[in-house]
Ligand binder design. Structure first.
Ligand SMILES: OC[C@H]1O[C@H](O)[C@H](O)[C@@H]1O
Length: 328
């Protein structure tokens, strides 16, 4: 894509996932709504971790997963997010670099530890996420490198990080830098829970024309536009963002751009083991295909294939030969 050093620079949570299987009764016992994401204090996270079964640790964070996916599919990706100077922070940094993602946000010292997300996966592959964001939500605007944003064709923002004051201010500053440099701004709504708390701010961003490319699922689209009529929600959003991309789970995905609508069916996964990161990998596939100048249908299909791949195994990060898997 063009002559920028990076195709995409993302801002998002810099956290490590701790993933364990559980049954539905475990979620009920701990009052965790199935398929949801909630924020936990470090103490509550410690208690839940104690109660979880055998776990595996993997770097995570929604937009960070997407950037790892983009790099694995041959794109040029950079990431802005904050870990602490501790063991999990070093693991997160190592993993970003191992994927070839440019990541040099300074580590936080003397504050909260690196964030972690305790992910419980039920036998049907549904994930319930419990995030203790730690250092991630302490990200401030003065850690931004303006040249990194100017040197990226697209600035991609994660809705999870758009809530807390400090990182939201950093994101708004990044948007100003990107717009001034005539770069595109992409945004993912991330999760319905984010919209409940941040609806006015998201709406303002959309209404003010600050977003060039919006990713969401059907529920999020209806929630943001306060309607239960999906067509109405899509028309409302498509009138305000140049490119609207909507994931539909097992029913596929659609995109609306310049009055044109393209739908795809979901590429079938080998199996459904863990749905964590499906949306992240979809966005990665879509964006990398777009960076290569492919048409909307190919962008959607690349996203769909990447999502089908990630849900067939544990964890939210890419694995194996992703270019071959998505046909790039
Ligand atoms: O979208 C999935 C990601 O969201 C949470 O931020 C977890 O880190 C997980 O990897």
């Amino acid at each position: 894509m063009g002559d920028t050093r990076f195709d995409i620079v993302a801002m998002g949570d810099a956290i490590v996932d701790v993933i364990a299987s559980c049954d539905n009764a475990f979620l009920d016992t701990h009052g965790l709504p199935r398929g949801s994401m909630q924020l936990l204090s470090p103490e509550a996270a410690d208690r839940l971790y104690e109660a979880m079964g055998q776990a595996r640790e993997m770097s995570g964070g929604s937009a960070a997963n997407s950037m790892a996916g983009i790099a694995a599919m041959g794109g040029k990706a950079a990431f802005i997010g904050q870990v602490a100077e501790d063991q999990l922070g070093l693991i997160f940094e190592h993993d970003m670099h191992a994927f070839g993602v440019h990541f040099d946000t300074p580590m936080l010292t003397g504050g909260p530890p690196t964030g972690r997300c305790l992910i419980l996966v039920t036998p049907d592959g549904q994930r319930t996420m419990n995030t203790s964001p730690g250092a991630s939500h302490e990200l401030t605007a003065d850690t931004l490198d303006p040249d990194l944003i100017r040197d990226s064709a697209i600035l991609y923002l994660e809705g999870y990080l758009f809530g807390p004051d400090k990182p939201r201010a950093a994101m708004m500053k990044a948007v100003d830098i990107a717009k001034e440099a005539q770069r595109e701004v992409a945004f993912t709504l991330s999760e319905s829970v984010c919209i409940t708390e941040r609806k006015d701010r998201f709406t303002q961003m959309v209404d003010e024309g600050g977003i060039d490319l919006l990713f969401c699922n059907e529920d999020e689209a209806m929630m943001l536009t306060a309607t239960s009529d999906l067509d109405h929600a899509l028309a409302h959003l498509a009138a305000r963002v140049p490119t609207l991309v909507v994931t539909r789970g097992e029913h596929g995905a659609l995109a609306l751009e310049q009055g044109k609508r393209v739908d795809i069916s979901a590429p079938p996964p080998e199996r459904v083991l863990d749905t964590t990161g499906a949306g992240d990998m979809f966005a990665a596939g879509f964006l990398v295909a777009r960076a290569k100048g492919l048409d909307l249908e190919r962008c959607l299909l690349t996203g769909g294939r990447a999502a089908a791949d990630v849900i067939s195994r544990y964890g939210a990060r890419p694995d194996g030969d992703m270019r071959e898997k998505v046909g790039l």
